[in-house]
Write a protein that binds this ligand. Structure first.
Ligand code: PGA
Length: 244
């Protein structure tokens, strides 16, 4: 069995100006001196902060991610950003299909698939987000929904350059974390759909300093996608430095 990469990514969502981002790094970077090189650390920032982060993080172990990417390389797509605009800034990752984009911005399984392929063509590693709502979970639809989301998203996608995040929507930003064992179970189901069983699969949804050790102790869970708790340098440093 190949060793699966551990990937801990912060998703800042629509938070932090350039100045806020640099302030964050002042508090965060000194806390990484003991962090194992086996842990990939990523900050997915707003587009407007990527350039400043890139300059400051040049040569650092922290990688930069975007939160979206368009499927075309250029064109009349007001408000969108293409892959080469990101790679020019040293960006390495792009979140694709986050539930907030699916819910508020009309993202579908089809557009998620297009964005994944565009990210890979640009040389980025996409972080594909999947997850069920509370209503879908209560209706017993979790397994079918996740299976559909994964299979539709991954049509013609290279599984050698991919991260997946299982993010149950009811656990995002609510403080209501999915039980670690249940997250482990669903992530096992996701892995069973893959051709490449070594794809790192993260859990996301109210990951915090207080629950990260338990989450990361689960055998199927290879990392975390962290929203709220990635905004504070001390909290995110504690998460990256989870105890194993
Ligand atoms: P949260 O967000 O950690 O604030 O729950 C996670 C996410 O949306 O990626």
């Amino acid at each position: 069995m190949p060793v699966r990469q551990i990937v801990i990514a912060g998703n800042w969502k629509m938070h932090k100006t350039q100045a806020d981002s640099l302030e964050f790094l002042k508090g965060f970077l000194p806390q990484l001196s003991e962090t194992s090189d086996e842990r990939e650390v990523v900050l997915c920032a707003p587009f407007t902060a990527l350039s400043a982060l890139s300059k400051t993080l040049h040569g650092s172990r922290v990688k930069i991610g975007a939160q979206n990417i368009h499927w075309e390389t250029s064109g009349a797509y007001t408000g969108e950003v293409a892959g080469n605009m990101l790679t020019e800034l040293g960006v390495r990752y792009a979140i694709v299909g986050h539930s907030e984009r699916r819910q508020y911005f009309g993202e579908t399984d089809e557009t998620v698939n297009w964005r994944l392929k565009a990210a890979q063509s640009a040389g980025l590693t996409p972080i594909l987000c999947v997850g069920e709502s509370k209503q879908q979970r209560d209706a017993g639809e979790t397994e079918a929904l996740i299976t559909r989301q994964v299979n539709q998203a991954l049509i013609d996608v290279d599984q050698q350059n991919l991260v997946i995040a299982y993010e149950p929507i009811w656990a995002i930003g609510t403080g209501d974390t999915c039980e670690a064992a249940e997250a482990n179970r669903v992530i096992g189901l996701i892995r069973a759909q893959l051709e490449n069983a070594a794809v790192p699969i993260q859990y996301g949804g109210s990951v915090k300093p207080g629950n990260v050790d338990e989450i990361m102790a689960q055998p199927e869970i290879d990392g975390a996608l962290v929203g709220g708790a990635s905004l504070a340098p001390d909290d995110f440093a504690r998460i990256v430095n989870f105890e194993s």
